[in-house]
Design a protein around this ligand. Structure first.
Ligand SMILES: [Zn+2]
Ligand SMILES: [Zn+2]
Length: 264
């Protein structure tokens, strides 16, 4: 299995994951043109996409869905509630629909097994996933207001975890957003602060993942170094044997370009 984040954050989220001939995009929040450009840039043929899986309807997760689905004839896997909220443009003309997602009901796409679960966010029916193939497990959780017990439990035993670390509390307070937007981000159905992610690292993370990738960082209210430091400090609390070589195993997903490839 290998995966790469093509983009991460409010400018557009898309995670490409592949096992054998199965090639899936989890979220498609860049324009279709930009998604295809970045796929080609990292050596993947955008026309060979097997499917698109959506976590929720916010535009930074669905923007390129219609055109990508149409061009690659790739079915879109989405929950009913999310689908009802989605307007992909042109009345969703040309979208190929796949299976309906239901939280806590596993589904399979080729060689990838998806396990969706509910997370607290202000979408109609926001889900996160763990994905398994050939004994390898990847967990991904972005766009959530806080880390529930369910999230911690589902992410256990993952070989790689993509976890949101959206904002620094102090930077958000003085940041450029109107108060209502700040309140939304900070709420229990908004996004994760570096502190909340650190709390999970201290209390919920099992330390087993080969890589911990911090994602969906705010451009205005966070800095990669702040997110990294908060996570490293939290890892430190466990002692040096818990997540050895943490400096190297902790990665930050860039928002404006693809991350590195992760091969598992
Ligand atoms: Zn988002
Ligand atoms: Zn969202």
């Amino acid at each position: 299995m290998r995966l790469i984040l093509l983009g991460s954050g409010s400018t557009g989220n898309a995670l490409y994951i592949e096992a054998g001939a199965t090639r899936v995009l989890v979220d498609c929040g860049l324009s279709a043109k930009e998604t295809a450009t970045r796929m080609v840039e990292v050596g993947v043929d955008p026309t060979l996409l097997t499917a698109i899986v959506l976590t929720h309807e916010h535009s930074d997760h669905v923007k390129g869905t219609r055109v990508m689905s149409k061009n690659a004839q790739a079915p879109v896997f989405v929950s009913d509630a999310t689908r009802n909220q989605c307007n992909f443009g042109r009345g969703n003309e040309g979208v190929v629909w796949g299976e309906r997602i239901e939280a806590s009901k596993p589904f399979q796409i080729g060689q990838l097994d998806f396990y969706p679960f509910t997370i607290p966010h202000d979408g109609a029916d926001t889900v996160a996933f763990t994905v398994q193939s050939n004994g390898v497990k990847v967990g991904m959780a972005t766009d959530l207001g806080y880390i529930t017990r369910l999230v911690s439990d589902r992410l256990c035993d993952s070989d790689l975890i993509v976890m949101e670390s959206n904002y620094d509390r102090e930077m958000l307070k003085v940041g450029p957003y109107p108060w209502s937007v700040k309140q939304r981000i900070m709420s229990t159905t908004g996004h994760l602060s570096n502190d909340e992610t650190a709390r999970w690292i201290k209390e919920g993370f099992d330390g087993k993942a080969q890589y911990l990738v911090l994602a969906h960082l705010s451009r205005h209210c966070n800095h990669p170094e702040l997110a990294r430091l908060a996570a490293l400090r939290a890892l430190d609390v466990h002692g040096s044997l818990f997540f050895q070589n943490a400096e190297n195993r902790l990665r930050i997903a860039p928002h404006d370009r693809p991350s590195e490839w992760f091969e598992l």
